[in-house]
Each structure stands twice: as C-alpha cells, then as structure tokens.
Write a protein that binds this ligand. Structure first.
Ligand SMILES: [Zn+2]
Length: 256
C-alpha cells in the first residue's frame, strides 16, 4: 500500500524502477498530458485530429493483452526505462489474467478498454450486439482490476478493434464518458517479422511522423522482444514519451 502511494506521487517512476533505482534503459516519461475524455477522438489513422504533441513526442500504446507470455516482458522493459504507456485490454484476456491487469496499474500505466471479444469489427455487428460486447469488455477489465464492476467504467479510454467504429457506436462510447483512441502510426506487428526488422520499421515511421500515438500489440512476442531496443533507440534520438491521463488523475508531482 505504501509503495503504491509513493508511486502515485512519482508519476515518472514505476515500482520496479524505484526498486532498480535508475532509468538508464529508456528515455523516461517526459510529461503527463491531461485530457478531457468527453468527446475525445484522437489518432489520425481513425480521426481527422490527434493529441496536442510537440515534435519528438510520442505516446506508446499496447493492444489486445494482457498475455501471460509477453506482457510481463513489455512491463519489465517499460519499468527499466521509466516509461509509462497505455494498455487497451481485451475483456476475455483480462478475465484470464487479473494479476497482470493489477500489475499494469500498479506500475503506473494507463488502461483503456478494447471490447470483450475483439470482433473485427464492432461496426459490422448489429448495434445491440456491439454495445453488449463493449459493456462486457468494460465489466471484465474492471473486475480484473478492482474485483468489482460498477455502473460507470473505471477507466476513461476506449479503442475500437481495427478502428471499426460507426457514428452510433462513437456516440454510445462518448455517452459512457470515455474518450476514443485511434493511433497515428504503428509497427504493423500483426505481420510476422523479426524484432530487428520491426524496430527498423517503427523507427523509420517515427522519424517520418515526428510525433504521435504509436500502436503496438503486447501479445506479440516479436514486439515484446523489440521494446527494450526501441526504448534505447528513442532515448538516443532524444524522443520524449508522453503519458496521457484523464484530467484530474495526474498529481501535482508531474515529472519534468
Ligand atoms: Zn486489437
């Protein structure tokens, strides 16, 4: 409890990093960006607009987990680099690995929802069925994180599988007070490739984009193996990591 409280006061540090005592393996978390989830729709692969990021600033996001085999590898690398990310969790997987969901939270990362069964896509389902899948996903993640699911979602963000939204579903999610994340670039890590090739690909895209929300899958072994080298490369290039939270969540001790 004490360590958790301490971590909450030091947003740039995870529990593991506190234990390790340094952040040499990565660029750290440069700043926390507070957003109002109401009506938030960001990420140019899905929407016309994105987050207000400066040149060289990136938000790291990981989808489809948690996965017992690979998510701990990603968490370890993020902790070693004092990097905070956002994990968009699939409900069925959260239900299978509640301890990992709690660990993601305890290590200072953000959580968002990514539906219960990851239909491709929610927009292709009948509306009622899509809403049911969204709601079951919220309840599964909340139960995994806190033991209970209440009327309001615990977490402020949602990402549509395959970015498959409809105006009706976007209105529904907004009505549940969740902001919607798309992405600005990705590692194409659903394609099989070596960690080295994936690293090269995503660094090229980061250099080209200059800033943005980056989408990875912590369920992919090639990505889990790549993250340590990615954080090292981001540090060398002077890139800065931005951690996005809902307004009012960040403490006064925002890292500089
Ligand atoms: Zn997904």
């Amino acid at each position: 409890m004490c360590l958790l409280a301490l971590t909450a006061l030091l947003p740039g540090l995870s529990m593991a990093a506190l234990a390790a005592g340094d952040c040499a393996a990565g660029p750290g978390t440069a700043r926390v960006l507070e957003v109002d989830p109401a009506g938030l729709e960001v990420g140019t692969k899905h929407f016309p607009q994105t987050l207000d990021l400066a040149e060289g600033e990136f938000v790291l996001t990981f989808d489809d987990g948690p996965s017992a085999g690979t998510t701990p590898m990603v968490l370890k690398a993020l902790a070693a680099g004092c990097v905070r990310a956002t994990f968009f969790l699939v409900g069925t997987r959260a239900a299978e690995s509640p301890a990992l969901v709690k660990r993601i939270l305890a290590e200072g990362h953000g959580i968002g929802y990514h539906s219960q069964t990851h239909p491709m896509t929610l927009a292709d389902l009948p509306y009622d069925k899509a809403v049911r899948d969204i709601e079951r996903g919220i309840a599964s993640v909340d139960r995994a994180a806190y033991g209970t699911a209440t009327a309001s979602p615990h977490f402020p963000f949602f990402r549509f599988p395959g970015f498959g939204s409809s105006p009706q579903l976007l209105a529904y999610v907004a009505g549940r007070n969740m902001g919607v994340f798309g992405a600005d670039l990705w590692a194409s890590d659903w394609e099989p490739m070596t960690p080295e090739v994936e690293l090269e690909l995503v660094l090229t895209r980061m250099a080209h984009a200059g800033r943005g929300i980056v989408l990875f899958h912590d369920t992919r072994l090639q990505t889990a193996r790549m993250v340590p080298a990615l954080l090292k490369a981001m540090k060398e290039r002077g890139y800065r990591i931005v951690h996005v939270v809902a307004r009012g969540v960040a403490t006064a001790a925002t890292p500089q």
